[in-house]
Design a protein around this ligand. Sequence first.
Ligand SMILES: CC(C)(COP(=O)(O)OP(=O)(O)OC[C@H]1O[C@@H](n2cnc3c(N)ncnc32)[C@H](O)[C@@H]1OP(=O)(O)O)[C@@H](O)C(=O)NCCC(=O)NCCS
Length: 324
Amino acid sequence: MRFETKRLMLRPWEERDAESLYEYAKDPRVGPPAGWPPHTSVDDSREIIKNVLAVPETYAVCLKEDGRAIGSIGLKLGENSNLALPDGEGEIGYWIGVPFWGRGLIPEATRELIRHAFADLGLKTLWCGYFDGNEKSKRAQEKCGFIYHHTNKDVFWPLMGDIRTEHVTRLTREDWVNGFSVRPLTKEEVPAALALAWKVFTEYESPAYAPEGTEEFYKSIHDETYLAGIEYVGAFDGERLVGEIGYRPDRMHVCFFFVDGPYHRCGVGTRLWRRLREDCPGRAVTLNSSPYGLPFYKALGFSAADTEQTVNGIRFTPMVFDGE
Ligand SMILES: CC(C)(COP(=O)(O)OP(=O)(O)OC[C@H]1O[C@@H](n2cnc3c(N)ncnc32)[C@H](O)[C@@H]1OP(=O)(O)O)[C@@H](O)C(=O)NCCC(=O)NCCS
């Protein structure tokens, strides 16, 4: 498993990272504030890769430009975490080499791991922690939406052989999605919205249609006459467009409703819908649901206005939401 962000690559640790790891992990400003002693040699770093870092859900944080490991980020699940969490919850830990401090790289890596934890692994709650006085780590957690939860005083920390005070922060999946920006898209953002529509369509809708239906959809998202008059609301995780509604405001008809696959079942669709309702309180809304979308629209309160139909290879059920 590997992940890419704007500036970073997160990938599993390998023994050949030992030199790079030692370069940053020997610095006493890095390990002790995070709860582990500075590395003593390249061999020590290699052993730590083998015995500690080369485990599932721990990733080397690498700059994309040269692929060198400059830090580490990991997710510990359930009872394997330091906090002895229940199933469905996880704890994130991280560090980055001193020359890379102050560039927002750890928040960038953490946001991607948060996405992975909630959207790919289906976790419901994430935890993080920092030792008393580690203001930089506290700030990184705040930037990623973690909220102070409680303090563990006088904890014996075996790796360092000392007694510490640990502040614990929490991010629920609901808080995460509520932190997304949901807003109307500008004209310049429409091509990205149509690209997302095509990506999600080919993954989730096209398999249920005859090839003619896929062609029909492709034509519609390239047909300026069809697209004229459609307005869009988008949901953003940071700068990434992760979902959208395209609708005709004159008759409140939804033409597109797509959420990027890795974000399904996280509440993004529901947030987009609520945002649309703010602009049209009390008005009835219509749409033609794909087979895949049916349970979602039913959950929002839509009902079928007719039986399933097929036109030009597209299977759909006409649905209506009666204004509240
Ligand atoms: C349909 C779609 C927009 C829903 O977006 P989403 O962000 O996953 O929806 P939400 O997380 O807000 O789901 C809200 C509720 O809808 C229901 N729901 C959503 N997807 C479901 C599914 N695949 N199966 C069963 N129920 C589903 C659930 O009740 C869910 O609540 P829960 O997760 O707490 O049980 C998204 O799945 C998608 O883009 N699908 C592919 C394209 C598509 O079919 N679009 C509709 C075109 S008409």
